[in-house]
Design a protein around this ligand. Structure first.
Ligand SMILES: [Ca+2]
Length: 158
């Protein structure tokens, strides 16, 4: 069938065989969404941004719904892209620490849910301050202090 169609197209032929081949050529089957990549876990700094992106394929158009711990997210001043392939969280706080996933659907039967990506604020040294806010190590100056002594002017009282 496909070879017949290719040959017909190549020759620009309109023959009974070609017409029959076109007529029998099935429309493309409905492809339920599948997830190809992501989302990846994020370790933002408090006050910074975090973005989660998913790569999905299937019969267009695809619809996206991001969720945190299983609850659908909605756009706000804090969250954008809740129903797109990329979720962005601005001005991250500790309350954003959670698992993030996305449900992808289209007009075909079935939907697919991504794996969980985590949002974590790292505190590697465990001092309660995120890594990005840990103070830089203090550099001490071990060189000898220098003094400048100015001779008192005549008539000064001590
Ligand atoms: Ca720390």
């Amino acid at each position: 069938m496909k070879r017949t169609l290719t040959l017909c197209a190549a020759l620009g032929a309109v023959t009974l065989a070609c017409v029959l081949a076109w007529a029998q050529n099935d429309p493309p089957p409905c492809q339920s969404p599948t997830i190809n990549s992501g989302p990846a876990s994020q370790t933002p700094c408090p006050g910074g941004n975090a973005s989660f992106t998913v790569g999905a394929s299937g019969t267009a158009p695809l619809s996206y719904q991001w969720r945190t711990n299983g609850v659908n997210l909605t756009n706000s001043t804090h969250i954008s892209g809740a129903t797109t392939a990329t979720l962005t969280i601005t001005n991250v706080t500790t309350s954003d620490v959670a698992n993030y996933s996305v449900v992808v659907t289209n007009s075909c039967p079935g939907s697919v849910t991504s794996s969980d990506a985590t949002l974590t604020i790292l505190d590697t040294d465990g001092d309660g301050l995120p890594d990005c806010l840990d103070a830089e190590p203090t550099v001490y100056d071990h060189s000898a202090p220098t003094f400048t002594i100015t001779a008192p002017s005549e008539g000064s009282v001590f």
